[in-house]
Design a protein around this ligand. Structure first.
Ligand SMILES: [Zn+2]
Length: 364
């Protein structure tokens, strides 16, 4: 077939954008992702070619289990989509009616397979009916709740290993806390100022107004972190003449050693500073401060606070995420099951396909 100018392609829908070699992607991969991985690798368990035999770790080395997280959608009418496609053929529109869909969000590791308790009764899997009027969309809050569940489960049953979660580079995974450091909206001078934060109920669900929009309230921005490790509150203390007020960018910068900050403008027009300029305005200087650059995502903060690792894959590198192969395997099995019309049956088939995805196959 190759000689005839055809290539095998698994999914002919959608567009494939190759961003492997964008400068920011390369920089992240080389300076962040690879060093982190190289550091962890000696503590990962290894399997020989037969997929079973473990190469033992040196005594006294606490092993690391790497959990890949991913989401994948199963369609009721998905039966067989692979086929030979002529090279250079574009995306082929598929007939409508994929039927009902179920999204599965889960963690998987070569050691334990899908993330669940040894007796299989507790698991971190989320079954989600995506789309309007169903379960809505899988949000940053959903992924946080699921990760918290996985952390509980792993701490309870698999504490003999350290654990690291790997996530795709998706906006929901990178979302920062609403009160996180950001120079974007800050005023230059002293005033009453806070950031908009979503109101949550005691169960951690978003509270909505009569128009369906999430309710917001003003909260204080978190403290900054100076290079010597101390924190820098952005609000004046109770004893101060401006007790409780926001210090403003000029004062914040002054405390960081920028004594001329008062004389600088708040920001250049439309915050379009001259290229390469780093000291032109208050906002630009703050923007480039290390603590403003390295704001952790909520996922990272959650993982770290429990002693778990959190790695975000470089953009466009989902092929590094071996869970993709697990989905592929599960979907091939799923496609072989008889067609379903009821969503309960469909869910059963999906679960069955996922459970049949053997650990042996994952370790390859
Ligand atoms: Zn500027």
């Amino acid at each position: 077939m190759h000689e005839l100018g055809y290539r095998w392609q698994r999914n002919h829908r959608g567009q494939y954008v190759d961003g492997h070699e964008c400068p920011d992607v390369i920089s992240y991969r080389q300076n962040h992702f690879i060093p982190t991985w190289t550091q962890l690798e000696p503590r990962m368990r290894k399997w020989l070619k037969d997929g079973v035999t473990e190469v033992p770790l040196s005594p006294g080395v606490q092993p690391v289990t790497v959990w890949r997280h991913d989401e994948s959608t199963f369609y009721a009418n998905d039966r067989r989509q692979s086929g030979w496609v002529e090279k250079g053929a574009g995306a082929t529109p598929q007939p409508k009616g994929e039927g009902e869909s179920i999204m599965i969000s889960d963690f998987v590791s070569p050691e334990y397979g899908w993330c669940k308790s040894p007796d299989g009764k507790e698991c971190a899997r989320v079954v989600f009916r995506a789309g309007k009027a169903r379960d809505g969309y899988f949000t940053a809050e959903d992924i946080l709740a699921q990760t918290a569940k996985a952390i509980d489960l792993l701490s309870k049953y698999y504490s003999d290993s350290d654990h690291v979660f790997i996530f795709d580079n998706a906006p929901t995974h990178l979302k920062r806390a609403e009160d996180a450091l950001s120079a974007r909206q800050m005023p230059k001078g002293i005033q009453e100022w806070g950031v908009d934060a979503t109101v949550m109920d005691s169960a951690g669900k978003i509270v909505r107004g009569p128009n369906g929009k999430a309710l917001k309230k003003k909260v204080r921005m978190v403290d900054g972190n100076l290079s010597d490790g101390t924190t820098q509150p952005f609000y004046f203390p109770e004893s101060h003449a401006h007790a409780g007020k926001f210090k403003g960018m000029a004062q914040i910068l002054k405390e960081r050693g920028f004594n001329n900050a008062e004389k600088l403008r708040a920001q250049c027009k439309d915050f379009k500073c001259k290229e390469g300029e780093t000291q032109c305005c208050c906002r630009r200087i703050l923007f480039n401060q290390p603590d403003f650059i390295n704001v952790p995502s909520m996922l990272e903060t959650l993982c770290k606070s429990h002693g778990f690792g959190c790695i975000i894959l470089p953009k466009f590198h989902c092929e590094l995420n071996f869970i993709e192969q697990c989905w592929g395997y599960a979907k091939r099995l799923y496609q072989l099951y008889p067609p379903t019309s009821k969503s309960v049956d469909m869910e059963k088939n999906v679960e069955m396909a996922l459970e049949s995805t053997l650990i042996k196959c994952m370790r390859r």
